[in-house]
Design a binder for this molecule. Structure first.
Ligand SMILES: Cc1cc2nc3c(=O)[nH]c(=O)nc-3n(C[C@H](O)[C@H](O)[C@H](O)COP(=O)(O)O)c2cc1C
Length: 212
């Protein structure tokens, strides 16, 4: 599988089959998280693996009653050591610490996908309840819950905006690369080349047309 396949095929999965995930695989997934970049390489994360049935239920209940979560073989809770980072970065520390954990999570989800496993990023939960269930010290915040297991559903089709809608050049809202090019370049390349060979009046007409 190429990195492109892994990125494009990963989908949130909310139903899992009853099959063990070996520690070897869970270890690889956590290591992928550890290899994420972090501000100043502070690595303000820790990971709690939860497999206990009772605990999984309590956590699902504290996650707005998302009981589908309990079908997952395990949860990996990404915890955020905010104290470590706020000392170093002051006000920016909070956002950096969350960004660092999110980068770890994405690495982990992609590694899981590459190992034939499925995940779902769960962000809707009661932080106090999760802290209590996992006995977190006061300086450690539960940031993200990843459900992990072998998927038992076809992923819901989620759409994505096309690149030309969300990409600008040099400034917000500017869609032209230069006087003659437009994103996505390959889509219009032949038309542009043909038009260039004719005369500039037609080029501007063409642009007026595709800009609408
Ligand atoms: C910050 C964040 C919080 C999320 N929280 C939840 C959640 O609580 N429950 C859930 O089922 N999915 C949650 N998701 C998953 C998104 O719903 C999902 O990624 C999105 O719909 C796109 O679908 P895909 O992951 O299949 O591409 C969350 C994702 C992110 C990034």
């Amino acid at each position: 599988m190429t990195i492109e396949n892994i990125i494009k095929e990963r989908r949130s999965i909310r139903k899992y089959i009853d099959k063990k995930v070996t520690f070897d695989k869970i270890g690889k997934i956590i290591e992928a998280g550890i290899y994420a970049p972090s501000s100043g390489n502070i690595q303000n994360w820790s990971f709690i693996i939860v497999r206990d049935t009772q605990k999984k239920e309590e956590i699902a209940a504290a996650s707005l009653k998302q009981y589908w979560m309990t079908t997952a073989y395990a949860y990996i809770i990404i915890c955020n050591n905010t104290q470590k980072i706020e000392k170093l970065y002051g006000n920016h520390g909070k956002i950096y610490s969350t960004q660092n954990c999110a980068l770890a999570a994405e690495n982990m989800m992609l590694m899981a996908e590459s190992l034939g496993l499925s995940t779902c990023f769960v962000g809707a939960f009661d932080h106090n309840a999760i802290s209590r269930i996992l006995k977190l010290p006061s300086t450690i915040i539960p940031e993200i819950i990843l459900t992990l297991g072998y998927g038992d559903e076809k992923p819901i089709k989620t759409s994505r905006d096309p690149i030309e809608k969300v990409t600008f050049f040099e400034e917000y809202g500017k869609k032209m690369v230069d006087d003659f090019s437009f994103w996505p370049l390959q889509k219009f390349e032949k038309d542009i080349k043909d038009l260039r060979e004719k005369h500039s009046k037609k080029v501007s007409e063409f642009y007026k047309k595709i800009k609408k």
